[in-house]
Design a binder for this molecule. Structure first.
Ligand SMILES: [Zn+2]
Length: 342
C-alpha cells in the first residue's frame, strides 16, 4: 500500500492519533524513540554483512558499558497508561468490554492450548519494541526497536545458554541476533494482523480493526486472553530461526535454537505472550488450527460488536482456506482472497 492508501484507511476505518506527526522523536509510554534511525533489514546473505557490521559497532559499544540487566530494569517502569490508541478506544483491562460468548470461547481455547492462566494480568511490561498501527498513525506507523534492551535480551539468551547449553558454541553476538530477529518478526506479526483486519474492512466497509481486532487486543492486553501476543511470539520464533539460517549463515541446529528461545524467552514471559511456550510445542497442524480458532473468535467478536448480530458460520477450516490472510500484501494468487458473510 502507498502512503495515500494508508492515510485513506486511517481516515475511513481508524482514528488518527493527535501525536501522529512527522518529527524526530516518537513517544511511547513515557519513553522517547528516535525516528529516522532506520535499520534496513537484510534480504540476503550479502546484505547481511552490512547489517552485521552496523550491529556489531553498537553491540561492542554497549558491551563496554556496565548496563543493568532486564530484571532490575523492570522496576523502572511505573504504572503505564498504555499506548494512546488504548485511550482513544476507551479500553478496559477487566473483561468488562468483552461479550460473554467471547469470554467463554477464549477460555475454552486456552484450555485447549493447555496452561490456562485465565485473566490474571500484569501491570508492568518492559518494552523491547512496539508496533504503531497505521489505523492510528498513518504517518509514524511501523516497528520501533529499543536496541539497548535488545542487547540486554541477547545477553539473557546468551547467559541462559551458558547455563543450560541448549545450543553448543553459541556466540554472544549470535545470541543478540536471535533476540533481535525474534523481536522483529514478533512486531511484523502485529502488522500482519492489522493487514488481515484491513482486508476484512475492505470487504465489509466497517472499522473492523479499531472497533474489533484492536479493541479486543487493547481490552485483553497483558492477560492470557491476548493471544495476538502469543502468536506474535510463535511467528517470532519460527521466522527468526529460518531467517538466520538463510541470511546469517547460522549452522546451529534449528531444534536447539527452538529449545533455547522457548526456554529463555517464552516460558516465563508475561501473560498472553507466554502462551507461545505451549503453542510452539503443538504439532504444526494443531498450531495452525489454534491460530485459526483465535482469528475466528476475534472476527466473531468484531462482527457482533459492529453489527449487533452474529456473522454467518465460518469454521476454523474456512479460515485455513484464506491462505494469505496474514500476508501484508493483497495477494490474489490463492484460493480465497477475501472472506465475508454472505
Ligand atoms: Zn507484541
Amino acid at each position: 500500500m502507498n502512503k495515500d492508501q494508508i492515510k485513506t484507511i486511517a481516515e475511513l476505518f481508524g482514528k488518527i492519533a493527535p501525536d501522529d506527526i512527522r518529527m524526530e522523536e516518537v513517544e511511547f509510554d513515557g519513553k522517547k524513540y528516535k525516528r529516522g534511525d532506520k535499520i534496513h533489514i537484510p534480504q540476503n546473505e550479502k546484505d547481511f554483512k552490512d547489517f552485521e557490521n552496523k550491529m556489531k559497532q553498537i553491540f561492542e559499544r554497549q558491551n563496554q558499558d556496565n548496563f543493568t540487566n532486564l530484571i532490575s530494569e523492570q522496576h523502572e517502569h511505573n504504572e503505564e497508561e498504555g499506548p494512546l490508541q488504548f485511550l482513544i478506544n476507551n479500553c478496559n483491562l477487566n473483561k468488562s468490554n468483552l461479550f460473554q460468548f467471547t469470554i467463554e470461547e477464549i477460555e475454552q481455547l486456552l484450555i485447549e492450548i493447555d496452561r490456562n492462566q485465565g485473566f490474571r494480568f500484569i501491570v508492568n511490561l518492559n518494552y523491547l519494541a512496539f508496533y504503531r498501527p497505521y489505523h492510528y498513525y498513518p504517518t509514524t506507523w511501523g516497528i520501533y526497536l529499543d536496541i539497548d534492551k535488545l542487547i540486554q535480551q541477547g545477553q539473557r539468551v546468551f547467559d541462559y545458554n551458558n547455563q543450560y547449553n541448549c545450543v553448543p558454541n553459541l556466540t554472544d553476538f549470535d545470541a543478540f541476533l536471535i533476540a533481535f530477529f525474534k523481536t522483529y518478526f514478533h512486531e511484523i506479526y502485529h502488522h500482519k494482523f492489522e493487514a488481515m483486519a484491513t482486508k476484512i474492512e475492505l470487504v465489509n466497509r466497517k472499522p473492523f480493526y479499531k472497533d474489533g481486532f484492536n479493541y479486543y487486543y487493547c481490552n485483553t492486553f497483558r492477560s492470557d486472553f491476548c493471544l495476538e501476543e502469543a502468536f506474535a511470539n510463535v511467528h517470532g520464533l519460527e521466522k527468526s530461526i529460518d531467517f538466520l539460517k538463510e541470511n546469517a549463515g547460522f549452522s546451529y541446529a534449528p531444534k536447539d535454537l527452538k529449545k533455547l528461545i522457548r526456554k529463555s524467552l517464552l516460558e516465563f514471559a508475561s501473560p498472553g505472550y507466554r502462551k507461545a511456550f505451549e503453542i510452539t510445542d503443538l504439532p504444526l497442524i494443531e498450531r495452525k488450527l489454534t491460530e485459526n480458532k483465535f482469528i475466528e473468535l476475534i472476527y466473531k467478536f468484531s462482527y457482533f460488536r459492529i453489527n449487533g448480530v452474529m456473522p454467518g458460520e465460518l469454521t476454523a477450516d474456512m479460515w485455513d482456506l484464506f491462505t494469505y490472510k496474514l500476508d501484508p500484501l493483497i495477494n490474489t494468487n490463492n484460493d480465497v482472497t477475501f472472506i465475508a458473510r454472505i
